[in-house]
Design a protein around this ligand. Structure first.
Ligand SMILES: Cc1ncc(COP(=O)(O)O)c(C=O)c1O
Length: 396
């Protein structure tokens, strides 16, 4: 089925649908009449084939325990083969309700209490919080931001692995919140640093389908295989960001390391987070991966146009530096020259009628930033961006 821009232009009322992004506004921001540009789901319908399959299954009326077999692994494996030219084996892919659960289990399986975990700052919050909840110590590597495009401080990273006994490295590729797609050469350098010290790597690739024009996604596993370090790499992924399925809870991790599989299984047994998902999750994932290529291609263009609109409108506030968007629908904006804390900025945005996330949510240490979610119809975007500009115009 082909997807036109109109599919994404439609403004759909999500209030009253148990939507975290919309129905959660009152609890999270103290007001319900805001344009929600915060939590990372889109305001787009899933592909038609997903909706049809889920509706058909819902009509059956019996929602007992699901069972899955290998057929459900075929769709994600075929998707990665087609889209990213990488082959994964069925016995290395494991389902899990969501990426954060996987991360939690993997951290607990591969490290001990007190161990040091390295990641880059700023970061998607749970990538840091989950190790902290498990009493692991965080070592923050730096990302440099010379020209509104983030870069890895390799020298700094070399020093950190020298100074600390790092037991796990967690990477987000593409990176939330900075929107970077790490290149093959960058991944190779990262891998080599870890390889020299035998540090296992978790690569969160949940945003890997949403790559903007002119950019190219490189799976960490591909580079690891070239360096013969694939046994030490675990991939996290999901169809949920791409096809707006997060409420159905479906994701998976990929590891070829049998010893890691064993250790992770022990933690899963303990926490009763088995591979069993719900029936709708399997169906939605399968239909999305089987039929969603055209949906994703149109969606990426749509998001990129939204990004260009945002950049254009924000030009009236020259102090607001929009980070180059290479992937995702999450835009990271530097407003470090403003005399505010992140929470004050958040409050001012709420007063202007828009819900954004300040840099604090991403452990940003070097200045005042905020992240906006532009995964919405153009009309919603226009409303939200106008409110952001109104808010910032106080300092123009
Ligand atoms: C990088 C990254 N990882 C994981 C998640 C959460 O995924 P899940 O809902 O499957 O836990 C998000 C959601 O925003 C994300 O941006």
């Amino acid at each position: 089925m082909s997807y036109e821009v109109d599919y994404f232009n439609e403004v759909i009322d999500r209030r009253g649908t148990i939507s975290g992004k919309w129905d959660g506004l009152e609890v999270m921001y103290g007001q319900s009449e805001l344009v929600p540009m915060w939590v990372a789901d889109t305001d787009f319908r899933a592909p038609r084939e997903v909706i049809e399959a889920v509706c058909e299954r819902a009509k059956h009326g019996i929602y007992g325990y699901a069972f899955y077999g290998f057929p459900y692994k075929e769709a994600p494996i075929a998707w990665h083969q087609r889209r990213n030219q990488i082959a994964y084996e069925e016995d290395s892919l494991f389902f899990t309700p969501n990426v954060v659960v996987s991360l939690n289990n993997i951290v607990r399986a591969l490290t001990e209490e007190g161990d040091k975990v390295l990641l880059f700052n700023p970061t998607y919050g749970p990538l840091e919080k989950q190790p902290v909840f498990a009493n692991r110590q965080i070592v923050r590597g730096r990302l440099l931001n010379p020209h509104s495009r983030y870069e890895i401080d390799f020298q700094g990273m070399e020093q950190l692995v020298k100074d600390h006994e790092i037991k796990l490295f967690i990477l987000c590729n593409p990176h939330n919140p900075t929107g970077r797609v790490w290149t093959e050469s960058e991944l190779s350098q990262l891998l080599k640093i870890c390889q020299r010290k035998g540090i296992p790597i978790v690569s969160d690739e949940i945003h890997s389908d949403l790559i903007m024009p002119g950019q190219r996604f490189t799976p960490m596993m591909k580079v690891a295989r070239a360096l013969e370090y694939e046994q030490e790499v675990i991939i996290l992924n999901a169809p949920t960001k791409t096809f707006n399925l997060a409420g159905l809870q479906v994701s998976y991790y990929i590891t070829e390391n049998k010893a890691y599989v064993e250790k992770i299984n022990q933690i899963k047994d303990y926490s009763h987070t088995s591979d069993l998902l719900n029936s709708f999750a399997y169906l939605a994932m399968t239909k999305a991966y089987e039929h969603g290529a055209d949906y994703v291609d149109t969606l990426k263009e749509y998001i990129y146009d939204n990004y260009l609109y945002l950049v254009n409108e924000l030009a009236v506030c020259p102090f607001a530096k929009v980070t180059k968007l290479e992937a995702t629908y999450l835009v990271w904006i530097d407003v470090s020259s403003l005399p505010l804390t992140g929470q004050e900025l958040r409050g001012k945005m709420v007063a202007s009628g828009v819900a954004i996330q300040p840099g604090d949510d991403f452990f940003e240490e070097k200045g005042l930033f905020f992240r906006v979610n532009i995964g919405c119809p153009r009309k919603t975007l226009e409303q939200g961006v106008q409110r952001i500009v109104n808010c910032l115009s106080e300092w123009v």
